[in-house]
Design a protein around this ligand. Sequence first.
Ligand code: SAH
Ligand code: SF4
Length: 411
Amino acid sequence: MLALAMRENSSQLVPINDSGRQSSKCLFGLDADALAACMVEAGEPAWRGRQLAEALYRQRIAELDAITTLPKALRQRLATEGWQVGRPAITQVFQSADGTERYLVEGQSGDGLTVETVWMPEGDDGEIGDGSDGEIPQTPDAPGPDYRSWETSEPSPTQKPAHRATICVSSQVGCAVNCDFCLTARLGLQRNLTVGEIAGQVLAVFDRHAVEVGRDRVNLVFMGMGEPFLNYDNFMGAVRLLMREVGLSPQRMTVSTSGIVPGIERFAAEPPEFRPKLAISLNAPNDAIRSQIMPINRKWPIAAVIDAVRQVKLRPRERITFEYVLLGGVTDRPKDAVEVARLISRTGLAAKVNLIAWNPGPGIEYQTPKPEAVETFRRTLTDAGIPAYVRKPRGRDIYAACGQLKRTMEG
Ligand code: SAH
Ligand code: SF4
């Protein structure tokens, strides 16, 4: 959560992000309670906070002066005190032949750094078989744990057809984990994103595609730039904001981690109805190969990761997803598939595997696997009783596919 600190000798509330660096005074990213505190501080009644939350997260108003539910004088006063909505904005769009769009999104901190967000119409099949298909509704006006009551009516024939899409969201600028096959790793970690910067990517893309919460079926995957579990508080703060204030179901959200054990343990302690689904980037059949391609494995080897995952209490029908990037000749061999099948079976977890053919990036010396190798790998897993799906590569031509996010400027 974004911490609020009071400045001495001042009536202003100053938002501070978790790195201790003061960000500009952005309302976007504060939840209704924090906004209420902010209003009280400004000498206004607390219910103005709820009004502000409605404006920012339901009506998606991006300019302070356009929030007409607040009296003009109050808007002016807030502006004079330096407050702004400060919602992240899309600054550049790359369009793929397959309909995927990749965006550069500018943050709140005024440091000019951008992150990448990807819109995949029809998704990439990543959510198949993880227990969420079809049954998760979203509604704008009934936040709370019982998302089953949120099923909304079919759109009338006059309405535009509902979206089915997936948005891939970033959690950090760059990444410190340094996986050998990933383009984002080449940036190193530049900084953590704030709550507002994580949630703001989603609302900026919602606006661009006129997404209607409660009608459109949009999945969120926290699989963009960065390691969400190394920015845990802001990542979960954004999830809570998107749930409580925007009205999205956490069962339509999936977070992927490279296996940060303390993060998985914290995640396991979250109430199941308030957390996204979990995906673990396994990527290798054993510790020897995993340590080679993911140095983080030396700190938290496979068994430690699995032990932590076991603490996560699954919802009915929910499965843990293991992601597995197929590197030609390195992790895609038939014997690797046999070993992965054995490893996953032995965990006894309700699991599925998402196979991702490695997407190339400049300066990275791996091979894309042959289609036959991908199919053989998938068959070996399904023959062993493990549901396995091949993720569709989306937007490879614009560097929008998994592991290709590095703020490349080429369209
Ligand atoms: N940092 C998190 C989430 C972002 S990466 C994690 O690693 O899980 C999202 C997924 O993309 C991970 O499963 C990762 O293994 C995969 N990935 C990274 N680089 C890739 C590449 N070049 N081709 C295909 N998948 C890649
Ligand atoms: Fe970071 Fe994930 Fe890329 Fe590894 S695969 S470097 S954890 S973004």
